[in-house]
Design a protein around this ligand. Structure first.
Ligand SMILES: *Cc1c(COP(=O)(O)O)cnc(C)c1O
Length: 457
């Protein structure tokens, strides 16, 4: 498992990385010492690095490659649109066919009463848009003091200033500061923080934190609550069953907006079109990105409920937008991606066939000596690595997650480590045979990790 490099091109690219590239979310010191792994091609659920290793991509790129790599229809859709109209903006009373057709296609899939879409270049920009739109909405309704947004500790809403502020990642807050009037409540992470409570008790407790925060801030000051239906980057945190029903009760009591960040859950990852469909929630806004284009080209957006749109229409100017809002090439790719998801009945197959299989096979790993819990929904999964299965105690300071991730990469599987939680989010098109391969490789890598951290050969 050395980082031995045999292809001279790999060394050249690593040198370029050192000389010129500032990478996102990377330990710059480590990256400089070891150099990046260079991924150069992909097909189906596999990627290849420049050392010739074929690797099963258990993360679908970064949660996004829903239809898998190598779909020529998406390439053709982009090429056709580039020839016809590579760019035009959607500012100042103009539009173009792809953006309008895409808005309609998304409205058709979205929950009832959510019929309008504001397009952005990314999920982060979708949440920036949300922040400005929510405050503009309340101000337009004559309640400008209603501007506090409640997020959750360890939630992830992107990496722009608004995204990082809405999210609850301490490491991000510590660099660059925070936008004012954003507050956070605890997350529904039973395995990590539930203590002696049962999962159901803890789910109620965590949901009640929302009500407490609303009362503490004052409902006349609270504009919205934002949450991912299932936290992704925080470690695939599937809330206890009691959590969302209780949150729904609380949201129904107070006049605040509910924003579902669907950037990961949206477009089929739970086996439903949206995470809010899976949990039966009624959002006022939904942030989208990632699976919208299967990651082939950047695009995000914000789906907005009719009542909110009615207020915005009355208010006149919305002084917000991005050069690439509704980019025609991205819109054409998104339209084709949605067509593939629909016509190939990919989400139906996830719900009925492949996700039950993935979840069943993943749970077989619960018997492994290192594994404290296996959880997941749809095509999302998490494996908690622990020192003590009963007490849920961690291996302090050993970096077990990163050790396991290293073994995975070196044995042909991409799993991401969030602390000592291993997470997966494979392409929605993964087959049962490929799921077998994923789980078999995961077990092998857990064994290698156990041998390393428990000091047994
Ligand atoms: C990835 C992600 C974002 C940010 O999207 P970008 O396209 O990276 O800006 C926002 N919310 C959630 C839940 C995400 O997973």
């Amino acid at each position: 498992m050395s980082n031995h490099v045999s292809n001279p091109k790999t060394l050249e690219w690593q040198a370029l990385s050192n000389a010129h590239h500032l990478a996102p979310f990377s330990d710059y010191k480590q990256l400089k010492e070891k150099g990046p792994r260079i991924i150069e091609k992909a097909e189906g659920v596999y990627v290849w690095d420049t050392e010739g290793n074929k690797i099963l991509d258990g993360m679908a790129g970064l949660w996004c490659v829903a239809v898998g790599y190598g779909r020529d229809e998406l390439v053709q859709a982009a090429a056709k649109q580039m020839k016809e109209l590579p760019f035009y903006n959607t500012f100042f009373m103009t539009a173009h066919p792809p953006v309008l057709e895409l808005a309609k296609a998304i409205a058709d899939l979205a929950p009832e009463g959510m019929n309008h879409v504001f397009f952005t270049g990314s999920g982060s920009e979708g949440n920036d848009t949300m922040l400005r739109m929510v405050r503009h909405y309340w101000a337009s309704k004559g309640q400008p003091q209603k501007k506090v947004i409640i997020g959750r500790i360890n939630g992830y809403h992107g990496s722009t200033m608004a995204g990082a502020s809405l999210g609850g990642m301490q490491g991000m807050h510590d660099q660059g500061g925070l936008i004012p009037d954003i507050v956070h409540i605890p997350q529904p992470y039973w395995f990590g923080e539930g203590g002696d409570m049962s999962p159901d008790e803890f789910g109620i407790w965590a949901a009640d934190q929302l009500e407490q925060k609303i009362l503490e801030v004052g409902v006349d000051k609270v504009a919205a609550f934002i949450a991912e239906p299932i936290q992704g980057a925080g470690g695939v945190i599937v809330p206890p069953e009691t959590y969302w029903p209780r949150i729904k009760e609380i949201l129904a009591k107070y006049d605040i907006l509910f924003v579902a960040d669907e950037v990961i859950c949206g477009f089929g990852r739970t086996g439903e079109w949206f995470g809010t469909d899976f949990y039966g929630l009624k959002p006022d806004m939904m942030t989208i990105a990632k699976g919208l284009t299967s990651g082939y080209i950047p695009m995000g957006g914000l789906i907005v409920r009719d009542e909110v749109v009615a207020v915005l229409n009355e208010a006149g100017d919305f002084n917000h937008g991005f050069t690439y809002s509704g980019h025609p090439v991205a819109a054409a790719v998104a339209l084709e991606n949605l067509r593939i998801l629909r016509e190939e009945e990919i989400i139906d197959r996830v719900r009925a066939e492949t996700s039950p299989y993935l979840q069943q096979r993943l749970r077989e790993l619960a018997d492994h000596p290192l594994v404290g819990e296996v959880r997941g929904v749809g095509m999302l999964g998490a494996i908690e690595l622990v020192q003590n299965k009963e007490t849920r105690a961690r291996f302090e300071g050993k970096g077990v997650g990163m050790i396991c991730r290293g073994h995975c990469f070196n044995n042909g599987l991409i799993m991401r480590a969030v602390g000592d939680t291993m997470i997966i989010s494979p392409p929605l098109v993964i087959s049962k045979a490929e799921i077998d391969e994923l789980v078999d490789k995961a077990r092998k890598c857990l064994d290698l990790t156990a041998a390393e951290v428990l000091g047994k050969a």
